[in-house]
Design a binder for this molecule. Structure first.
Ligand code: ATP
Ligand code: MG
Length: 588
């Protein structure tokens, strides 16, 4: 059975509205999927390494998130690259939390990251790993460097250290503490570990070269004092290793062969290699960099996304407008669409910006092929079929998918009281109008042709009801003596499901919300990014759908059941419109 089928019309009531089967990992054949993907430059490097018999023919990668926020679409690119590369070469990919900044990290973030990686369809080798598991080893290696005369405890303040560091044009200056004896350094480092110093009083630095053209090599700090509780190691440590001192050594400990990261780490690579060369590490990992993903109309920085959450600009990290993986999931994206998008954009070393329209196209393509169809009237207006008997009901059968018979048929009830979309009626018909207007006949999709005979208005002059008559001879066939003016969607007012529909638009109005020198990204937040339609009605077959089930609402867009749904009130999120309306509006 294909994914998506049983999340459709007959899905049973599920307590707590669990996730639909689109998310099942079993529905993917990852091996064939991965090996048919085009090569990228990293794959080329690995093929060359394998041809030369490097690393004993093994390929080990890792995805190393810092648990200081939820994952976003940029991370998806890194996940697909790291896990996808391992799959392609029959290797392994580790999931490792790079957890050296305890104050910013939390279990909530760890849990969300684990869930997101799984949901994207990937499995890591062995247990989840934490850099903090290596703190003992890293401490010993720091002591090793001190004993070799390659690290020292510096007592300059952070401010002074910055002043001594020099600039891109000027070399740095040696700290007056640089030549402390090995014994003194060992003694001070142990005191640091024992909590004898305040934060910032001193730090352990690698002794490399204060005149190095690459600033990262000017005696980088490798251990700093933080009297902070750690989510994994508790209060065991009050000194924490720096990212640079942790990352490569963790790679080496795990036997990572290809440590793939984004381009901003290119300047750190000499330092990565310096540690690997100067420590008795068990393996020789190599670092490779690729360009990070930037998307227009989107902010992809955990720090900024956290601001949006903390300020209440959105309703949490998984708000469907967020470019987080959990937000996109809630919005209705499928794991396959995100993986396909990552394939489409490719992996290179040149920074650029990808059009968010590509991401929308990826989900449209998946849902067009796989989402069952349904009718939902988002903003209803009442239609009474005056010549249809009250209390009578007949069932029309419509295909669940126009191009995929295997999805079967759905049943839609026709009754005297119907609802159509307010915007499908025009009292004064514009040119080329192919919907309902007074005196004209239109087909109600899959049912009869009806003619609008009367327009009823309230005291404010607003249209509140349309009285129509139906043509009983138009069931499954067109009339011979006149031509209906278009086809519109509808639901029975007597037998349909009330629901709330949430219409989303882009969160930012500007292509580069982060790129304006004068205006902060906040000023580009789209005030109309969420429109709630509380009175929508969907066809009765969707009464018992579960969260994350996805549909195409005919003529309206692709929608997904939100976890806010209850058995009393279904909530649908619009994932994406049927066509790229934004491109038209912006005249692109
Ligand atoms: P942010 O800038 O959002 O805070 P980060 O790089 O600090 O992200 P990490 O948790 O350190 O976040 O990232 C884990 C991995 O994901 C790293 O290897 C990082 O290079 C990669 N990554 C992060 N953002 C992107 C992106 N936009 N495109 C591709 N890879 C990314
Ligand atoms: Mg980072």
């Amino acid at each position: 059975m294909r994914a998506g089928l049983n999340c459709g019309y007959n899905a049973g009531i599920s307590s707590g509205l669990q996730a639909g089967p689109y998310q099942l990992r079993q529905d993917m054949d990852m091996t064939t999927n991965e090996s048919t993907k085009p090569n990228n430059f990293i794959h080329q490097i690995i093929e060359d390494d394998l041809a030369q018999g490097q690393n004993g023919g093994k390929v080990v990668t890792r995805f190393p998130p810092e648990p200081n926020g939820y994952l976003h679409i940029g991370h998806a690119k890194s996940i697909c690259l790291n896990f996808g590369t391992a799959l392609r070469f029959g290797g392994e990919c580790n999931l490792r939390f790079d957890d050296t900044n305890p104050e910013k990290e939390s279990q909530e973030y760890i849990d969300s990251i684990v869930e997101d990686v799984r949901w994207l369809g990937y499995d890591w080798a062995g247990e989840i790993r934490y850099s903090s598991e290596y703190f003992d080893q890293l401490y010993d290696w720091a002591v090793h460097l001190i004993k070799e005369g390659k690290a020292y405890v510096d007592s300059l303040s952070a401010h002074e250290m910055r002043e001594f560091r020099g600039t891109l044009k000027e070399p740095g200056k040696n700290s007056p503490y640089r030549d402390r004896s090995v014994e003194e350094n060992l003694n001070l480092f142990e005191k640091m570990r024992n909590g004898d110093f305040e934060e910032g009083e001193c730090a352990l630095r690698a002794k490399i070269d204060m005149a190095a053209p690459n600033i990262n090599l000017r005696d980088p700090v490798i251990y700093r004092i933080r009297h902070a509780h750690h989510h994994q190691t508790g209060d065991k440590w009050c000194i924490y290793p720096s990212y640079d001192f942790t990352h490569g050594q963790s790679d080496a400990l795990e036997g990572v062969t290809h440590s793939i990261c984004t381009l901003e780490f290119e300047d750190h690579r000499p330092l990565y290699e310096w540690f690997i060369e100067n420590l008795p590490v068990p393996a020789q990992p190599r670092q490779y960099e690729f360009a990070r993903l930037n998307l227009n109309y989107t902010v992809t920085s955990k720090r900024k996304l956290k601001l949006l959450v903390d300020e209440g600009q959105v309703n949490g990290w998984n708000d469907p407008r967020m470019p987080t993986i959990s937000g996109m999931r809630r919005r209705g994206f499928t794991p396959a669409s995100i993986r396909n998008f990552c394939d489409m954009i490719g992996v290179t070393r040149s920074n650029g910006t990808v059009d968010v329209g590509m991401l929308e196209a990826a989900i449209r393509e998946d849902l067009d092929a796989n989402a069952p169809r349904a009718m939902c009237v988002v903003d209803p207006i009442k239609v009474t079929i005056s010549n249809y008997p009250d209390g009578e009901q007949e069932w029309f059968e419509l295909p669940a998918h126009p191009k995929d018979e295997s999805m079967g048929l759905r049943k839609v009830p026709f009754t005297r009281n119907l609802l159509i979309e307010r915007e499908d009626f025009a009292e004064e018909k514009p040119r080329k109008w192919k919907r309902m207007s007074p005196g004209d006949a239109v087909r109600l999709r899959g049912a009869y042709v009806v003619r609008c005979d009367e327009v009823i208005k309230n005291e404010q002059g607003e249209v509140v009801e349309l009285v129509c008559s139906y043509d009983a001879d138009t069931k499954g066939q067109n009339p011979t003596d006149y031509k209906p003016n278009g086809v519109i969607h509808w639901v029975s007012a007597d037998n349909s499901v009330p629901c709330e529909v949430r219409l989303y638009d882009r969160l930012f109005t500007e292509p580069n919300p982060d790129g304006d020198k004068e205006r902060d990204f906040h000023s580009f937040i789209n005030p109309e990014s969420l429109k709630v339609m509380p009175n929508a009605r969907v066809e009765i077959g969707l009464k018992h759908v579960v969260a994350e089930s996805r549909y195409q609402f005919e003529r309206t867009g692709y929608f997904c059941v939100d976890p806010d749904s209850t058995e009393e009130q279904l909530v649908f999120n619009r994932t994406v419109t049927l066509r790229d309306s934004w491109a038209k509006i912006k005249g692109k």
